[in-house]
Design a protein around this ligand. Structure first.
Ligand SMILES: *Cc1c(COP(=O)(O)O)cnc(C)c1O
Length: 408
């Protein structure tokens, strides 16, 4: 008689976005005439840039000719893509990362969920609160998080690092007696849109090296950084090569949410005793993965071409124009808002002490705008709400104008 992995049964409730989907579907079934504007899920809306499309078409044609057909891709990714990444995302910024430290994958969600399997089950994880749910849930499935307290919405064996207005939504180093082994950081942050300064990130790197922890740094929103002195990569910090793994994605900077491409950087100096995590991740990739599609890796290469870079800069500028409209519009209307400057997410305090879900219902029912309740990302997200800048400009303007007319 088979037995299941009982850790799955510990996962609480339904996934945040399915709960939102149900509410929105019920509302639109009851009010079919209403035009709902969705600024909830973090998915891009602009089509692929022309340079990327051309690269895809070329690669598709290559696949149709015997002389240029490609079968299985190299496990760790094609050299043309890994070199472009190492050169332009890292070496050009003064980060000492080489092409053979890049592992190409089909996205950062899987990588951020899978990376925990390199580590012992008795490692203690630390996460921000609020947090991108994948980091915690993947550790729950593995059995690393202890027991769930449904009143507090926390796991007994997880260290939560509150990210609140008081610390500008960037976590403090854990106190005594709370030493983590694995530290998940995501900056620019989803959901808060907050960033971390290079000096603050350096403190985290120094801390991790001191206590022997690994930082899993999710830089999926790196392309949205607009201010100087905000690190684009953790490897801009001294000593990060011995303590940090970085996760990157083509989803948010180049619209690959449907195409699927990402990568993970594991420096060769990152070791536990004399065992290198680079070797372990290479082994995992080789055993469990057969590589991202050739055509998609060619599309990824085009992200680094001069035309591709120019076109993507415009795409991001368009999303950031939306972000500025939301930020300024809500601020003028008296809302307390943050994020939106180096990130496509605006994090706002719900008005009048409403709970996150109360404000969700109010926006949906009164002005037909959908956002994401902050409480879905962790207890410290309660009383907050996330709006994304990924809609069209028209819809964004209309949504903000509607929210401003809300009678509370
Ligand atoms: C969107 C997002 C990713 C990217 O996921 P993909 O699987 O590459 O599409 C990674 N981390 C965070 C925090 C995100 O919001």
């Amino acid at each position: 008689m088979f037995k299941i992995n009982e850790n799955y049964l510990k996962l609480p409730g339904s996934y945040l976005f399915s709960a939102i989907g149900k509410k929105v579907n019920a509302y639109s079934a009851a009010h079919p005439d209403k035009k709902i504007i969705r600024l909830g899920i973090g998915d891009v809306t602009q089509p692929l840039a022309p340079a990327i499309l051309e690269a895809l078409h070329r690669a598709v044609d290559e696949m149709g000719r015997a002389e240029t057909f490609r079968g299985y891709a190299p496990d760790l990714g094609y050299e043309f893509l890994r070199s472009a990444i190492a050169g332009q995302d890292y070496q050009a910024r003064g980060c000492e990362i080489s092409a053979d430290e890049i592992f190409v994958s089909d996205g950062a969600k899987c990588d951020s969920a899978n990376i925990q399997e390199l580590f012992s089950l008795d490692n203690r994880i630390a996460v921000c609160d609020p947090v991108y749910p994948v980091y915690v849930d993947s550790n729950v499935m593995a059995g690393r998080t202890g027991t769930y307290d449904s009143a507090k919405e926390t796991w007994s064996d997880v260290i939560y690092m509150p990210c609140t207005a008081d610390n500008a939504f960037a976590p403090e180093l854990p106190g005594d007696g709370q030493t983590p082994d694995l530290i998940y950081l995501c900056f620019p942050n989803n959901p808060t849109g907050a960033v971390i300064s290079k000096a603050r990130l350096q403190e985290w790197v120094d801390y991790a090296n001191r206590v022997g922890a690994v930082i899993l740094f999710d830089a999926a929103y790196e392309a949205y950084i607009s201010e100087p002195d905000i690190p684009h990569s953790i490897y801009e910090c001294e000593g990060a090569r011995t303590c940090a793994i970085e996760l990157r994605s083509f989803s948010k900077n180049a619209g690959f949410t449907g195409l699927r491409l990402g990568f993970t950087v594991v420096p060769k100096e990152l070791k536990c005793g004399d065992v290198s995590l680079h070797g372990m991740w290479a082994r995992r990739h080789g055993t469990k993965y057969n590589g991202a599609p050739y055509i998609v890796q060619r599309a990824g290469e085009a992200v680094y071409s001069p035309e591709g870079k120019a076109q993507l800069k415009e795409q991001i500028a368009a999303y950031m124009k939306n972000a500025a409209y939301i930020f300024n519009g809500l601020k003028e209307a008296g809302y307390t808002v943050s994020g939106g400057v180096n990130s496509p997410y605006i994090w706002l305090k719900t008005p009048g002490g409403m709970s996150s879900w109360e404000f969700f219902d109010c926006l949906l029912e009164q002005v037909n705008v959908v956002g994401t309740p902050g409480s879905g990302f962790g207890p410290n997200g309660e009383g907050y709400f996330r709006l994304t800048a990924f809609g069209s400009y028209e819809n964004t303007v209309e949504a903000v104008d509607r929210i401003r007319k809300l009678h509370l």
